[in-house]
Design a protein around this ligand. Structure first.
Ligand SMILES: NC(=O)c1ccc[n+]([C@@H]2O[C@H](COP(=O)([O-])OP(=O)(O)OC[C@H]3O[C@@H](n4cnc5c(N)ncnc54)[C@H](OP(=O)(O)O)[C@@H]3O)[C@@H](O)[C@H]2O)c1
Ligand SMILES: *[C@@H]1O[C@H](CO)[C@@H](O)[C@H](O)[C@H]1NC(C)=O
Ligand SMILES: *[C@@H]1O[C@H](CO)[C@@H](O)[C@H](O)[C@H]1NC(C)=O
Length: 296
């Protein structure tokens, strides 16, 4: 089948223009001053570093993870570093009711919401996939479904503030990865869901940005212990990683890559997917759509 040339040119110009313009605007830490931010998985690793950067930038924040004591320590360190406010709300994202109530609790503490940073994952070890269907279900519930629940609960807060959802994913959510099948499945699911919702937002004029963060190996304790002796790769520093996540969210980027080697970013651009996405958008007629169900 011949390509419809009439459409190809404007589409390519659009794609190039969007990369060109998205590279223009610059990050300033003041962008986060006074902003109301939720960080999940904030008790350690990348989430903890995200919290410290936000604190130095003067944001209001609500942090969550399961470990109550550690989380409280991270929150008080945030206050020392200059956070406008810092609360910790402990709980497990295995519990859907907690995930839903958590957003309401956080919004009450913050008086609204500007940015939702979804970062937690269930601890995982590198192993061949045998028959652990239960483990797969847990991975999907904690690493994927709770992200959906949290973002749904946050919609009524993010729409009035022109807010942002920042989803922390992985190269394993873009590239098939042995020894991590449940993790990879949950991270691919994030791309499928949040990238589709981003298109729906564009089609319906909802101004809530969605940023998907694709990370390579990062030097958190959890990751270093998991790969030790099994996989060799250069790990990038978690502090810089955390800053890049915040930058991408504040600049309302669609995707970012952080990791080593840096040129992986070029291979992830995947222009074929971009062009197909733009083509597919022209095929829909929204007039005959049923209205989405509102949350009770
Ligand atoms: N490190 C890497 O190499 C790497 C590479 C690619 C992508 N990433 C992504 O980066 C993000 C952070 O990774 P990380 O290395 O910083 O992980 P981490 O150090 O293990 O931190 C995970 C966080 O999630 C929380 N958590 C775990 N289970 C939870 C549950 N059931 N409910 C609620 N919170 C839970 C943990 O706190 P509690 O245990 O206190 O609950 C902790 O705060 C993840 O999305 C990961 O996929 C990391
Ligand atoms: C959201 O964006 C619209 C359009 O740019 C603007 O008119 C409105 O003031 C913004 N609202 C907030 C709370 O920033
Ligand atoms: C969306 O919100 C951002 C942040 O408030 C604002 O800069 C932008 O102009 C808004 N875009 C539209 C199309 O309303």
């Amino acid at each position: 089948m011949a390509l419809p040339r009439k459409q190809l040119l404007p589409v390519l110009v659009l794609v190039l223009a969007s990369y060109y313009y998205s590279a223009r605007d610059e990050f300033r830490p003041e962008m986060l001053r006074g902003k109301r931010v939720i960080v999940t998985g904030a008790s350690k690793g990348i989430g903890e570093e995200v919290a410290y950067h936000l604190a130095r930038m003067g944001a209001h924040m609500v942090l969550t993870a399961r470990s109550e004591g550690t989380l409280r320590k991270v929150a008080s360190r945030c206050l020392e570093l200059g956070a406008a406010s810092a609360h910790s709300v402990p709980g497990s994202m295995e519990d859907t009711a907690f995930a839903e109530n958590f957003v309401d609790t956080a919004a009450r503490l913050l008086g609204g919401l500007d940015m939702l940073i979804l970062n937690h994952i269930m601890a995982m070890s590198l192993e061949l996939f045998g028959a652990d269907v239960l483990g797969m279900r847990r991975a999907l519930e904690v690493n994927f479904l709770s992200y959906v629940v949290l973002s749904v609960a946050a919609q009524p807060l993010l729409r009035p503030s022109n807010g942002s959802v920042v989803v922390v994913s992985s190269l394993a959510g873009k590239v098939p990865t042995p020894l991590l099948a449940p993790y990879a499945a949950s991270k691919f699911a994030l791309d499928g869901f949040f990238s589709s919702i981003r298109l729906e937002n564009q089609m319906t004029g909802v101004n809530v940005s969605i940023t998907l963060c694709i990370l390579g190996l990062i030097d958190t304790d959890t990751a270093m212990e998991a790969v030790a002796g099994i996989m060799s790769a250069e790990a990038a520093p978690k502090q810089e990683c955390a800053l890049e996540i915040i930058k991408a969210g504040a600049l309302r980027r669609e995707e970012m890559f952080y990791g080593r080697p840096g040129w992986v970013q070029l291979l992830l651009l995947n222009p074929g997917r971009r062009v197909l996405e733009l083509f597919s958008l022209q095929r829909y007629n929204l007039d005959n759509l049923p209205r989405p169900e509102a949350r009770p």
